[in-house]
Design a protein around this ligand. Sequence first.
Ligand code: CP3
Length: 333
Amino acid sequence: MTPIKECLIGKRTDINPIWLMRQAGRYLPEFREIRKNNPDFINLCLNSNLSEEITLQPLNRFGFDAAIIFSDILMIPYGLGQDVKFKKNFGPCLGNLDVTKLSNISESDFTNNLSPIYELLGNLKKNDKLKNKDLIGFVGAPWTLLVYMINKVSPKNGLVSNFFSDISLINNLLKILDKFIKVHIRNQVNAGATIIQIFDSWSGLIKSDFDKYLYDPTLSLVNYTKSLGVPVICFPRGITDYSQFCKIVKPSMINIDYDVDAKNLLKSVDIPIQGGLHPEILLTNKAHLKKEVNKYLEIFKDHPYVFNLGHGILPETKIDMVEELVRIVRNYK
Ligand code: CP3
């Protein structure tokens, strides 16, 4: 059994399992080299040979316990026919939202649009480098995808003022997303994903109607993934009550963000936990890194825990700090 699977069934493992969110990305020179020659990010995600190489880059260097496929949560709006572009030094830009067009797309059109992602998983499944490691497929949660599809750009400066003006549009989109996110989960599982992670990067922006935007849609995906026999990790970044989330949604494992009081959370959560370390700690120095990493390892020493960050690794991160992180985690007794 893989170290992460052991953790998921509640066992303490000999090695402390570790992987990092956004482990395949811009902090790696070998990724930047490929990216330089592939200016169109969506096309890169749809190139199953290059995306396989990129997925394996962090494993080759650091020996992490899981590969997470090189793809993006915005491949779902793309697969549904909304235009998605990534602008340099700006981030994603989505095109017009035509709900009639979205409502008419069939499951097979959607699956065809995203087929290189499933080919990627199929190829990785056969790769010896993933022996005794997990292969993580992922989706964005309905709320976070709704945010990008309506807001069109990252909401880091807030949601557009008319975000909630058309409730029937929102209700329609939530239904469409529930259906197609499940199709994407099922396709990834059929192609070889051994774990699914649900990224709800903007759940911290939900201020009311938590059932409608957070709990109900996530629970629906969690139950669906479990029904396929695959564990599911949730990352509801920035929410204030992780304990309530775990009680209602019951994921197989919860990924905490860096604002979570880990010690306090342990009092009320009994499922396996992943993550927590602030990615900025990797920009400091080795002594500070050791102190901060040991804090998490100490708190979770008697709890099933997978080491990870409290959000994605930053592009400025130095390789030798990641090497040091892996050494600290592996050597901790
Ligand atoms: O984790 C991995 O290594 C696998 C690949 C992965 C990417 N995006 C590749 C990527 C995963 C799991 C994601 C998830 C994702 N994408 C999320 C959820 C996690 C999170 O960070 O909150 C979100 C919100 C997105 C949407 C997205 N994609 C944004 C906002 C951006 C631009 C800003 C940024 O962080 O770079 C992307 C681009 C993106 N996705 C890059 C990579 C490697 C950078 C592409 C580049 O410019 O070279």
